[in-house]
Ligand binder design. Structure first.
Ligand code: NAD
Length: 493
């Protein structure tokens, strides 16, 4: 018998209102820690996407509407949204943790707070960033350069950090003057109800943000909708390629934040014992379900056994349990399908000759929930499947190297290039190594995303950047207005 109060909704947030769904499907969410029903929402249909895009289009095209509001008014609206998100922060964290197994301790410092931080950051940034400048033309005359909102945005997000990743897109898009249709992932839809409430409370004009949950087919329908101007996608590289292909055919701007298989390069002078907490956050946060984690640990041959020992000690000491328990450090993975996938990789690792130092199975004391033990593989070659493909679970592969050049070569020998980290007692030396890694972001002795820093990938990890001023630019298009010099203007009249 479930002890969980069900979170159910019968309506979708479209055009600034809670509306009847146009289809009859429902998305039923199962709690990752207990496998019990957690709640349900209507599954969006193509007709709902049509309505949502129509509402976003009307809001964008409205003369005097959102896209042409004075910047100060949009900034104030974003700050109201930040307040409304903040007041729902704890409940947002609880719902995310319930659905996808994120430890509540992690959800309370990410999903509960980061969305509001982003709304405030972009409110501040857009106030300081002129939308219009005048340049002296090299051939005479003046040039007006305008930064205009790109239009109606389709925002497609995964389940691992559903509210942070929604706001990575929403905050800069709204600041720029765009309107948005958000498509949450079916695994995490209950938190999106709170986002809708916050948008209503912040009194954003009708249609500026619309939310239509559904699966990949619905996402694909949004991607190619003729009335959408830009797609912002976060998900796997496999799906990202499909989205990119379609956007390429349509010549539709697209930002892609995709998978990763980043490297933690442990230098020979690293103080790992003093960095266990930071190492945990950089390698195993959110049960290993974060795109930018350093899941390949590169250890110098001279300290290989010691590094394996520190990681095994870390993994063995982690509190595995129900994600809603405050003491839990590792919860379940997000779904039965995800656990199958992770277990499949663990089998492949064993079959290819890697050695399980700790973990490798399901925790003995958990008969419900999609748990996988934190697992450390040693004796891994960079060619093994577990070193090449994204596992998205609490599984690390430790690979030996000899000399910095080999460490950098191994880090770069990957299809991906999203995150990464360097561990050393000499931060300058660490930075010098970091600069040699082909990746969109990398940390020295920690790895923490910051709203002010552009985030995104190279190679199969994506195209474009979110966060920072670069994240705002991704929702703006430039227009140059050539102003004739006074003499020519007079001649023309
Ligand atoms: P996924 O690609 O299966 O799905 C992501 C989202 O895209 C979901 O909303 C899904 O419904 C939708 N989708 C899937 N196929 C689509 C298509 N063809 N057209 C339109 N929409 C489609 O990924 P997932 O399993 O939900 O999430 C995990 C993946 O996301 C991992 O690979 C992870 O690395 C990646 N991720 C990347 C970042 C980043 O910023 N780079 C952040 C978080 C997660």
């Amino acid at each position: 018998m479930s002890t969980q109060t069900m979170i159910d909704s019968d309506e979708l947030f479209i055009g600034g209102e809670w509306t009847e769904p146009r289809g009859s499907g429902r998305i039923r969410v199962i709690a990752a820690s207990t496998e019990e029903p957690a709640g349900s929402v209507p599954e969006g249909s193509n007709a709902d996407i049509d309505a949502a895009v129509g509402a976003a289009r009307a809001a964008f095209d409205d003369p005097g509407g959102w896209s042409s509001w004075p910047v100060e008014e949009r900034a104030l609206a974003l700050e109201r949204l930040a307040d409304a998100l903040e007041s729902r922060g704890e409940e947002t964290a609880r719902r995310v943790s319930l659905q996808n197994g994120m430890p509540i301790s992690t959800a309370l410092v990410t999903e509960a707070v980061f969305p509001a931080v982003l709304a405030r950051y972009y409110a501040g940034l857009v106030r300081q960033s002129p939308l219009e400048e005048t340049r002296d033309g090299l051939l005479g005359g003046k040039i007006g350069v305008l930064r205009k909102p790109v239009g109606v945005v389709g925002a497609i997000v995964p389940w691992n950090f559903p509210q942070c990743l929604s706001m990575f897109k929403l905050a800069p898009a709204l600041a720029a003057g765009c309107t948005v249709v958000v498509k949450p992932s079916p695994e995490t839809v209950l938190d999106s109800l709170l986002l809708a409430e916050a948008i209503a409370e912040a009194e954003l004009p009708a249609g500026v943000v619309n939310i239509v949950p559904g699966g990949r087919e619905l996402g694909a329908y949004l991607v190619e909708h003729p009335r959408v101007d830009k797609i912002a996608f976060t998900g796997s590289s496999v799906s990202g390629r499909l989205v990119a292909t379609r956007c390429g055919e349509l010549l539709r701007p697209v930002t892609l934040e995709l998978g990763g298989k980043s490297a933690a390069i442990v230098l020979d002078d690293a103080d790992l014992a003093g960095a266990v907490e930071a190492l945990f956050a950089a390698t195993l946060l959110n049960n290993g379900q974060m795109c930018a984690l350093s899941t390949r640990v590169l250890a110098p041959g001279s300290r290989y056994d010691e590094v394996v020992g520190v990681l095994a000690g870390l993994a063995g000491a982690l509190q595995v349990g129900d994600s809603l328990e405050p003491a839990t450090e590792v919860g379940p993975v997000a779904s039965a399908r995800q656990r199958e996938r992770v277990e499949g990789y663990i089998e492949k690792g064993r079959a290819q000759g890697a050695r399980v130092v700790i973990g490798g199975g399901r925790p003995a004391d958990r008969d419900r929930g999609w748990f996988v033990e934190p697992t450390i593989f040693a004796d891994v070659q960079n060619s093994y499947t577990i070193a090449r493909e994204e596992i998205f679970g609490p599984v690390l592969a430790v690979i030996a190297y000899e000399g910095i050049d080999e460490a950098v070569a191994l880090a770069n020998d990957s299809e991906f290039g999203l995150g990464g980290s360097v561990w050393t007692s000499d931060p300058e030396r660490g930075e010098a190594v970091a600069m040699r890694v082909q990746t969109g972001s990398i940390g020295v002795n920690h790895y923490t995303l910051d709203p002010a820093a552009p985030f995104g990938g190279v190679k199969a990890s994506g195209i474009g950047r979110e966060l920072g001023p670069e994240g705002l630019a991704a929702y703006q298009q430039l227009q140059s207005i050539y102003k004739a010099p006074p003499s020519q203007a007079a001649a023309a009249s």
